[in-house]
Ligand binder design. Structure first.
Ligand SMILES: Nc1nc2c(ncn2[C@@H]2O[C@H](COP(=O)(O)OP(=O)(O)O)[C@@H](O)[C@H]2O)c(=O)[nH]1
Ligand SMILES: [Mg+2]
Length: 284
């Protein structure tokens, strides 16, 4: 499988990310709960330094509930960061993000006060790879309050801060962590959750890998959803095309449409709540 990537774009994106993070006290790091390994950028600490971080496992509503709690515990223990499971549509999840972010930012504000300056709200940024739900989380946070505090002087690109709580200001544009695709297995997972532009990969290949993974981890629900007899080997795209009556004009199975269908069903959580990565697969 070949997923293409462009180091030049990455360097540029990383510079921008660094500039954005420099303006903040706390970093809200969003992962896709279905792929906590591949959607996490291990070197984020290079950009955040000592700034406190909150890990958000988003899209928890479409991820496997049992694995959600296992991942939360594991990540809390191994990173020392706070971890929250969220679904960007849940108001309750969003208010817990606000509460924790204010707590995490308190030491930074205390330092300001100690220097004899006036306290100000904690400043936070939402960062993450494409499509993990950054904008949805930002929109949801902003909905809780609508007061814009305007552009800050001294910042080249006008950075808008939105006061989402008396003690919290949110940068209104997310920090985009460019998906690093050196590792093709991780790149394929990012393609599965739609974090990589379609032009960079072969849909059929990614779809086949997804079928194998879902078959391996969620055989019963997968076969049931596509009305396939559970077998020892994963179904091929032809099987799914047949079952869904996706046929070309000559009656041959339309594997291309089957590939698109499986990716789309998975992304929408139609096959069930699934998590593609397990704690057990981490080796170190
Ligand atoms: N099921 C589910 N979908 C979500 C969630 N958060 C975001 N999405 C969807 O994921 C897609 C990407 O979200 P977006 O906020 O644009 O991601 P961004 O690229 O990180 O800003 C959109 O279709 C959202 O509706 C969530 O918690 N659960
Ligand atoms: Mg966005």
């Amino acid at each position: 499988m070949t997923i293409h990537w462009y180091p030049g774009h990455i360097a540029k994106a990383e510079r921008k990310l660094q500039e954005q993070i420099n303006l903040t006290d706390v970093v809200l790091e969003v992962l896709d709960a279905r792929i906590p390994i591949s959607s996490r950028y291990e070197n984020l600490g290079k950009f955040t330094g000592e700034k406190p971080r909150l890990l958000i496992l988003n899209k928890a509503d479409v991820a496997d509930p049992a694995k959600n709690s296992a991942w939360k515990t594991y990540l809390e223990q191994t990173t020392g960061q706070k971890v929250v499971l969220t679904s960007a549509s849940s108001a309750k999840d969003i208010s817990s993000i606000v509460k924790i972010a204010v707590e995490l930012g308190k030491p930074a504000i205390d330092r300001i006060v100690k220097k004899g300056r006036l306290p100000r709200p904690v400043r936070v940024i939402v960062v993450g790879m494409p499509n993990v739900g950054k904008s949805s989380i930002i929109n949801k946070l902003i909905k809780t309050s609508k007061v814009k505090t305007g552009a800050k002087a001294g910042v080249t690109r006008a950075t808008q801060w939105v006061r989402v709580h008396p003690k919290l200001e949110l940068m209104d544009s997310p920090g985009i962590i460019p998906a690093r695709l050196e590792d093709q297995t991780m790149a394929a997972k990012l393609a599965m959750v739609n974090s990589i532009g379609e032009a960079a990969y072969d849909r059929m290949e990614v779809s086949k890998s997804l079928i194998e993974l879902l078959f391996q981890k969620y055989k019963d629900s997968f076969c049931k959803y596509y009305k396939l007899e559970p077998a020892d080997e994963p179904p091929c795209l032809e099987d799914i095309a047949q079952s869904r009556k996706l046929l070309l004009s000559g009656g041959k199975p339309d594997t291309d449409r089957a590939a698109t269908l499986v990716l789309s069903d998975f992304r929408q959580g139609k096959i069930g709540r699934t998590t593609l990565e397990d704690i057990e697969q981490i080796t170190d």
